[in-house]
Design a binder for this molecule. Structure first.
Ligand code: PEP
Ligand code: MG
Length: 324
């Protein structure tokens, strides 16, 4: 099987009926780009930029960040990299940025909430990204967006920094897509509104499931509630994809579910455009997709969404349908 997957390294991701999709890698540092391309990644769907901050003894400077983003973009040789702006808070801490003690850190001061509050940090990151944009195909996304107002604020700050750099004569790529993570149920419910402003969505199932089920993603006692195929989650995912397509935008997924062989047939059926996962899963998933027909998967997904009541029933349906 490994040998068969290996042959797909330089192949595009195409379903049995010829639908073209993107299989992409999640990375944490520019060093991970080699692993992504070695495993045939067609893009980086999630660059978790917080690792630049976590691997540093102090706030990384604009130049340090610029160098890291530039190196990653050059390594991808024109293939898109979606950099997510700093997602600190929750379970990720910076020794040099003490955060207030909180009862519920995952519901607290984290990600875009910090960036909108600490605009000095946010603007520095955006400038580094904009300067690096000339060296490849960059897209930017904001983590943990809950409301239209947050997205508009973040985007307005981005637009300001962009305009300032251009005015100063700094080369900046013409087109940089600016999107958002879909990982909060409230945002998924107003995906139609957000799709007017965001260039794309990337569904973060790790957090979307945690927040939908009200079950801490790191707490083993409630891990049975981590149910990616639960019809509640599937409905949210479908809603987000449909809303983006209605506005002519695209949706990816960068949570664990995007590389899960049971989830992928359902995502194909819902029309998900980009699948971003750990690099080592890419060829296996590409191979699976080549054996699946999107029309069949749509019928399967419709069935899962209308008939199934539980996570397990969806698993059984997928297995019966795909003989997986
Ligand atoms: C997610 O929430 O699904 C996601 C991809 O982001 P992270 O795992 O970094 O929170
Ligand atoms: Mg997340």
């Amino acid at each position: 099987q490994k040998a068969e997957w290996e042959k797909l390294k330089d192949e595009q991701t195409v379903t049995k009926d010829g639908k073209q999709l993107i299989t992409a890698a999640n990375i944490g540092t520019p060093d991970d780009v080699t692993g992504a391309t070695d495993n045939g990644a067609e893009a980086v769907g999630l660059f978790r930029s917080e690792f630049l901050y976590m691997n540093s003894a102090e706030l990384p400077t604009e130049d340090q960040q610029f160098a890291a983003y530039k190196r990653a973009l050059e390594g991808m040789k024109g293939k898109q990299i979606v950099v997510r702006t700093m997602d600190i808070g929750g379970d990720k801490h910076l020794p040099y940025l003490p955060l207030p003690e909180e009862m519920n850190p995952f519901l607290g001061y984290r990600a875009i909430r910090i960036s909108l509050d600490r605009q000095d940090i946010f603007r520095t990151q955006l400038r580094a990204l904009l300067r690096a944009s000339n060296y490849g195909n960059l897209a930017i996304m904001f983590p943990m967006i809950a409301t239209v107002k947050e997205f508009k604020q973040a985007r307005a700050i981005y637009d300001e920094e962009r305009a300032k750099l251009i005015k100063a004569g700094t080369p900046v790529a013409d087109k940089i897509e600016v999107g958002m993570m879909m990982e909060i149920p409230a945002a998924a419910m107003i995906a139609d509104k957000l799709a007017k402003y965001a260039d794309f969505f990337s569904i973060g199932t790790n957090d979307l499931i945690q927040y939908s089920m009200a079950a801490d993603r790191g707490n083993e006692r409630v891990s049975y509630l981590y149910q990616p195929y639960n019809p509640s989650i599937l409905r949210l995912v479908k809603r987000v994809i449909d809303a983006s397509h209605a506005e002519g935008k695209w949706t990816g997924m960068c949570g664990e579910a995007a590389g899960d062989p049971v989830m992928v047939p359902l995502l194909l059926g819902m029309g998900l455009d980009e699948y971003s996962m750990s690099a080592t899963s890419i060829l296996k998933i590409r191979s699976l997709m080549r054996r699946l027909d999107t029309k069949d998967m749509k019928a399967l997904t419709d069935k899962a969404l209308t008939e199934a009541e539980t996570n397990q029933e969806v698993i059984d349906l997928v297995k019966a349908h795909t003989r997986a």
